[in-house]
Design a protein around this ligand. Structure first.
Ligand code: HEC
Length: 143
């Protein structure tokens, strides 16, 4: 009967793990607006050497990463525009899971595990890019 005992134990252990995973799933992080506005949005606006700024292609874009148009002469979005951007960006995020979020995977180089196709090209060459890490923190609910 030793074997049956260990089978029961294995079944209980497996159930325990499933229950734990479920609990974690229910407590999923929520992306934070203040973090978005102070840390994430500047990434969309800042020129990096050798790269076109996200906002150049994605203001009033006809794809789902559709940023508000900047007011002519303005260097950044107003709070109201940022809120609209935030609502749009959150839809490209799978909270707590950067590996399946379009926001993080689409602009990442395919060699680094990103999407095979982005018309805007490789915006982040690998997962060590500090800006890419900020996007991941956002997906993970950083405040
Ligand atoms: C040179 C223009 C260009 C630049 C610069 C650019 N993109 Fe894009 N991006 C596109 C185009 C065009 C698409 C839609 C077609 C596709 O999926 O490639 C797209 C698609 C996307 C999508 C998927 C949207 C959807 O419909 O699901 C995301 C997310 C994205 N880009 C993020 C970024 C980020 C973040 C940056 C800056 C770090 C950036 N892009 C820079 C042109 C650009």
């Amino acid at each position: 009967m030793r074997n049956r005992g260990s089978l029961v134990f294995a079944a209980l252990a497996a159930f325990g793990i499933a229950g734990f995973a479920e609990a974690v799933a229910q407590g999923r992080p929520t992306p934070d607006f203040a973090f978005y506005r102070s840390k994430v949005e500047p990434i969309f606006l800042t020129k990096k050497d050798g790269f076109t700024r996200c906002v150049v292609c994605h203001a009033e874009a006809n794809n789902h990463f559709n940023l508000q148009k900047l007011t002519p002469g303005a260097a950044a979005w107003t709070e109201e525009q940022s809120r609209k951007n935030f609502e749009m960006v959150v839809k490209l995020v799978n909270p707590g899971d950067a590996d399946t979020s379009r926001l993080t995977m689409h602009p990442l180089a395919p060699e680094a595990g990103g999407s095979a196709y982005h018309s805007g090209g490789r915006q982040f060459m690998n997962k060590d890019d500090p800006d890419w890490k900020i996007l991941v923190q956002f997906v993970d609910g950083a405040k």
